[in-house]
Design a protein around this ligand. Sequence first.
Ligand SMILES: Nc1ncnc2c1ncn2[C@@H]1O[C@H](COP(=O)(O)OP(=O)(O)O)[C@@H](O)[C@H]1O
Ligand SMILES: N[C@@H](CCOP(=O)(O)O)C(=O)O
Length: 304
Amino acid sequence: MTFSITIAVPATSANVAVGFDTLGLALNYRATFIFSQSSQHLEISGTEAKYQTSNNLAYRAFAKGCEYLEQPVPNIKIDMDKTLPISRGIGSSATCIVAGLVAAGKWYKQAFNNQELIKLATEMEGHPDNVVPAILGGLQLSFIDDNNQPQVVSYHVADNLRLIAMIPNYKVNTDEARKILPTSLNYADAIHQVSHFGILIHGLESGNLAEIKLGMEDRMHEPYRSTLIPEFNQAKQIVNSHNGALYISGSGPTLMAIFDSHIHSKAFSNIASDTFSSWQIRPVEIDATGVQSEDSKLGKVLYR
Ligand SMILES: Nc1ncnc2c1ncn2[C@@H]1O[C@H](COP(=O)(O)OP(=O)(O)O)[C@@H](O)[C@H]1O
Ligand SMILES: N[C@@H](CCOP(=O)(O)O)C(=O)O
């Protein structure tokens, strides 16, 4: 009798401009993973051949979850869907990590609580800003405190805001995009970030686009990472001309545009689709639920 666990994890847009390594949004764009019993040590499908090894991130997370629970790593088959593009700045690595950990907890019927899940997932990802919204949904501020405990603050995002993800047809690897950042920040720039973070959050909660635009003037990563996106200035100019705000999603190259009216976002989408015809121009909404799972036996749903 085949037992399987299906895990659906939202893509995430981390940093949201001035919230480097701390702020992230869950998107209604999901990656799905099916973990099922196998007669072989490991079978992986639905992803590139180079990822079909025991180094696969979802498998490593599954194994880490089993180890944390002091359980053996069972023979397993992992089916990954191919819909979410990899290394584009919308958190594909976080989906693998969260899916693997949640699957391990479900496998042994010892589901992790959110604190455990966030801690383990952050250890693997290195920063919490993708994994936390992937787990909880919504707009989340998070960090690991001095006692090594996750701290999370959830924010509301106003209903009038319209988000358009511009996903290029090329990759930017997050590790590489971290290496190009400076190693220190001066006081003036730290003051800039703190003040702009406050106004950005106020703008996102109230739906005030002028505050969002001002709040999105980032000095920590955008000036460096925009050099990895040749179309950045052109995209920004088009967004500005449609009265929108723009930020680099995660470590890029995806650019996220925010508008406060459907008319502006629709007009922008049409022009962006023509201008960047090989990119995915995708309206996205905030995912409010975070990771979801379902256990089934012989196709019959046992638990959601
Ligand atoms: N569908 C997938 N199949 C296999 N590995 C994946 C998949 N999605 C993500 N990964 C892993 O995540 C890494 C990409 O992470 P990263 O560069 O941080 O980009 P992203 O912004 O998409 O999270 C890949 O190199 C791979 O290890
Ligand atoms: N804070 C991280 C976020 C990386 O997000 P990803 O979606 O590009 O993996 C960073 O900016 O490095």
